[in-house]
Write a protein that binds this ligand. Sequence first.
Ligand code: OAD
Length: 237
Amino acid sequence: MIDTARRLLLEARRVAVLTGAGISAESGIPTFRDAMSGLWARYNPEELATPEAFARNPGLIWDWYAERRMKVASCAPNPGHLALAELERRVPEFLLITQNVDGLHAAAGSRRMVELHGNIRRVKCSRDGEPVESWSGDDRPPPCPRCGAPLRPDVVWFGEMLPEEEFTRATEAARSAEIFLSVGTSNLVEPAASLPWLAHRHGAKVIVINSSMEGQRSGDGILQLTGLAGELLPKVV
Ligand code: OAD
């Protein structure tokens, strides 16, 4: 199977990749499906990552993301991230589409990349959505230095729209890809979850890399490689 994946990628000129939390698991970042460790074990991301939760309890949501931001800052890209940065250098038309907000693909050297769900390392004004690099005071959340509205993480919450330009680039790449690689995603959250099947409908072969094929589609034109992204991706690339 790995040889098949290698041959398919070797011959491909147009490749699109969709990654999810599974590719960062080996960097030490828990996936959404794993029980959330520590203080947040009693919460569910779907309850915290929403505009309603932020309106109801902005301090709790700010603290949850501040803790995740510190966790991410101490994590490094793993061989899976590095392999995708290497693949990008070898393929004429390439786009990495990530649902992850941890910034590890950029840290690994990926450049032709879109972050569909934002980036936890960035903070923005909750009123006008403009990025804010620095803030002061001990309030949680801090007030926007420009207008005083509460600051928030620059990530897409449930029920919010994805960044338009990034999603347009992702759908164009999926439509034109010869190979669509889906790595470490449960492929449950729309609209990202439809991208592999958009590619498949346009004639792409879909290669799924996941530690478990539970819930993953199989069939013609779909190649499933079961294993850890940090081990399989370097072998394939
Ligand atoms: P999930 O936690 O839903 O799924 C993680 C996937 O990675 C599962 O299919 C696991 O089997 C797989 N996996 C775990 N460890 C792996 C490893 N070492 N190698 C390969 N695969 C591994 O995370 P996502 O699919 O990314 O959205 O979740 C999608 C979205 O739902 C997230 O972006 C987030 C979440 O709610 C928002 O917050 C809007």
